[in-house]
Design a protein around this ligand. Structure first.
Ligand SMILES: [Zn+2]
Length: 84
């Protein structure tokens, strides 16, 4: 006889940055942030890799990440984190 209450499930839509695999330490701890219009920041939460990446147009984080990995693998990325 009693009415059943419907459970409302709230879906939290947080714009958390997705994490990607770090080309240096290998962990899934790379985050891509966008600062100003065309400036992205790539940060690894594990090995403290940091890289500022200026793009010509606004890009998706995954595109920025892919280009960063390409550069990293081909030795074009100079990381200034006090090592060496
Ligand atoms: Zn790392």
């Amino acid at each position: 006889m009693g009415r059943r209450r419907r459970r409302t499930i709230k879906i939290l839509k947080k714009t958390l940055p997705k994490v990607y695999a770090c080309p240096r330490c290998g962990l899934i701890s790379i985050r891509v942030f966008f600062k100003e219009n065309n400036l992205a920041k790539i940060v690894c939460g594990n090995c403290n890799l940091k890289y500022d990446y200026a793009t010509e147009t606004k890009k998706h984080p995954i595109d920025v990440y892919n280009e960063f990995v390409d550069k990293f693998m081909s030795g074009q990325v100079v990381l200034n984190d006090g090592k060496g």
